[in-house]
Design a protein around this ligand. Sequence first.
Ligand SMILES: *Cc1c(COP(=O)(O)O)cnc(C)c1O
Length: 495
Amino acid sequence: MSIMYKSTRGMQGEFPASVAIIKGLADDGGLFVPERIPKLSIELSALRGMSYQETAYHIMKEFLTDYTEEELKSCIEKAYDNKFDTPEIAPLVKRGDQYFLELFHGATIAFKDMALSILPHLLTTAMKKNKIDKEIVILTATSGDTGKAALAGFADVPGTRIIVFYPKGGVSKIQELQMVTQKGKNTRVIGVHGNFDDCQTGVKNIFSDRELREEIGENGYQFSSANSINIGRLVPQIAYYAYAYGSMLRMEEIKEGDLLDVVVPTGNFGNILAAYYAKQMGIPIGKLVCASNENKVLFDFFKTGSYDKNREFILTSSPSMDILISSNLERLIYLLCNQDATRNAAFMKSLSETGSYEITAEMKEKLSDFYGAYATEQEVFSTIHEIYDRTGYVIDTHTAVAAFADQVYKKDENTSNKSIIVSTASPFKFTRNVMKAVAPSYTDTDDFKMVDELGRLAGVKVPAAIEEIRNAQVLHEQVCDAKSMRYAVKESLGM
Ligand SMILES: *Cc1c(COP(=O)(O)O)cnc(C)c1O
C-alpha cells in the first residue's frame, strides 16, 4: 500500500516519499510525516537471519513506496558497503551486563553515517524519478557529526552542492578538523559565531524564505536538507532498531516477542523518534529511554509536559547533544495531538515566539512509552571510567550519557526487559574528553598523540577516519555571523 507524506503544520497537499525527500522541509516550515505508520510485513522470526541490508530493505520499502524494489535495493547496496569497517554494519556487543548497539562503524565514525551514507542515493534517485534538472543545494546545520557525514556522502555527487554551517568553537577539535579538511569541488564549510540552535534556526529561516527560494530557482538551484528534519534520514534509521532486535534473537539474549528497551543519547530527537516509529511498526520495543546531557530540556519536558528552551545553553563534553530546540520532537507532538496539524502549528508558533509551550494532560498521558533521564558532566566522566575499569571497553561521551541513563532507569523502574544502549560515536572522535575520563593522569595534550594512546589503552586500531585527518590540509576557513548565513549561501552559489 502506498504511503504519502504531509506537513505537520497543515499545508495542503500530499507528496510521495521521493518529493518529500527532495524538498526536505515543507513550504510552511513544517516537517514531512507519513500519513500513517506502516506495519512490518515480515515475521519477527525472520529478522534473526537477516543481514543489515536485507533488514533495511524490509523496513524502508514500507515507507518509501514510490521507489521500485530495484531502486531501493541499489541505494542500499551502494550505501552499506565497505565504507563500513565491519560487514555487520551495526554490530550489537555485550560488555559486562550491558548491550551496546554500535552505530559508529561508517566513514565518519558517528551514527549519522547510518542515514547519510544512503541519503545521497535516495536523493539522486528521487531527482531522476521526478525529472528535476535543477542543481540540488544541500543546506546543513551541524552540531558536529552531521556535517562531516553529509559532506562525505555528498562530496562530488553530480547534480548536488553542499553547504555546512557549524558552531565555531562548539564542536570537538577532531570534529572540526574532519569538516574543514573536506575535499570535493561541490563542498563548502562555514563556521558560525553562535551555537547549534543559531545554525539550525538560520538554516530553517533560509528554507522558509519564499523570495530567496524563487531567486535561487531562477539561477537553476533548489534547496534540500541533510538534517534529520528530512524524512529520508529518519526512515533509514528505523532499520537498525529492527536489526538490533534480530541480533538479540540471534544471540539468544531474548525470545521472539520479548520487549526490548532502548536507551538513546538524544539531541535533535531523530534517533529516538526512529525507535518510536520502529515500535509503531510492530517491533517489540518496550520503553524508549531518552538520555540527555546537561542541556536537559527533553528530560524536563517528559517530566512536566512543558517544553521550555528559555535557559542557558551549556557547552558539554557531548557537543552533538548540545541542543535546546529538538526539531524532531515536532513529529511526536503531531502524533500526540492525533495528527491535528492546526494544534501542532499552534504549539510550534508558541515555541518560536515565546520559546516554550505546554501540552495537554491528555497528550501527556500518551508519553508513557518514554522515560527521560540525564547525566551531568561528572556522571559522564565517571561512567566512561567505570565501564573501562570493569570491562576494558571504552565508550565515547555521548554513549556514556546513555549508559548512565540506562542505570538510572533500571534503578528507578523495576523491569525484566533487557535494554540496549545506542552507541552513537567512536571514542576516537572525542579523544580529549575520553582520555580525561579513562586516564586522568595522562598529560600530553597533542590530540593525535592522545589518539595513539587511546588506541593502546582500548586495544583498538585507530580508525581510518582519524588517520585521514592527521596530516590533511585545511581547505575551509570561512566564518560568518548567524545573521549573515543567507548572504553566505548566495555568495557561495555565485549570486
Ligand atoms: C547527532 C548525535 C546525537 C543526537 O542524535 P539525535 O538524532 O539528534 O537525537 C547523539 N550522539 C552523537 C554522537 C551524535 O552525532
